[in-house]
Design a protein around this ligand. Structure first.
Ligand SMILES: C[S@@+](CC[C@H](N)C(=O)[O-])C[C@H]1O[C@@H](n2cnc3c(N)ncnc32)[C@H](O)[C@@H]1O
Length: 198
């Protein structure tokens, strides 16, 4: 069976075509950014930690993919690249991504092996989700991997679940995919698909 993250990638790959605009809201070590770049999409990847941009740039370079590296406050994009690594929180997505978005992925929580206090937070996660939901094309999808075993994770999980369950069903299809018999707090997936504009 597919793991939740593999399922997230499957469901996003189904709707992404080359040159589509897509967002990795939580770049981290760059696995999701690389996955999106391999689909030949135009990727906007966000993280608040510079080390995430460095790790991701390295991963992309190893795969032969060029990226540009943006500091907070500098918003011009290099034209040679289709992967934009943005050193800013995903809540600023509207400042950087001006085109309709086909897909986005969030991997909530903290960067493994880094500072566990630098976690995604309910307010900024919901700000980014709301902004992306507005910019999403009809037929587009947003995948949210919910990690909630760390301190603060349960509150973020509740905030995200409450937000997605409040989306009107005539405009949104919302699904989850979760392991049900695992001990501890295994991550699970929520996927939203826009059916029509509100
Ligand atoms: C679970 S990790 C992401 C893993 C990543 N997708 C990968 O493929 O390796 C979560 C990341 O979210 C980042 N983060 C925390 N708050 C953020 C925010 N407001 N905007 C963007 N990234 C944020 C953390 O710095 C961390 O790197």
């Amino acid at each position: 069976m597919l793991k939740p993250l593999e399922m997230a990638h499957e469901l996003l790959a189904e709707v992404i075509n080359p040159k589509d605009v897509v967002v990795d809201a939580t770049m981290g070590n760059g696995y999701d950014t690389l996955f999106l770049a391999m689909l030949q999409a135009e990727v906007y990847a966000f993280d608040i930690q510079k080390t995430a941009l460095e790790m991701t740039e390295k991963r992309l370079n190893q795969a032969g993919i060029l990226s540009d590296f943006l500091e907070e406050g500098r918003k011009e994009l290099a034209s040679h690249s289709t992967v934009h690594l943005i050193h800013s929180g995903h809540e600023t997505v509207g400042q950087y991504v001006k085109k309709p978005v086909t897909a986005a992925i969030f991997n909530l929580g903290y960067l493994p092996k880094a500072d566990k206090k630098l976690i995604t937070r309910p307010e900024t996660t919901l700000t980014a989700l709301s902004a992306l939901a507005k910019q999403l094309k009809v037929g587009g999808r947003i995948a949210v991997m919910v990690y909630y075993g760390h301190e603060g994770g349960e509150a973020e999980k509740t905030a995200v679940v409450n937000w997605v369950t409040s989306l009107p069903q005539e405009c949104w299809e919302v699904m989850s995919y979760a392991p049900l018999n695992q001990i501890h707090t295994p991550p699970f997936l929520i996927v939203l698909e826009k059916r029509k504009e509100a």
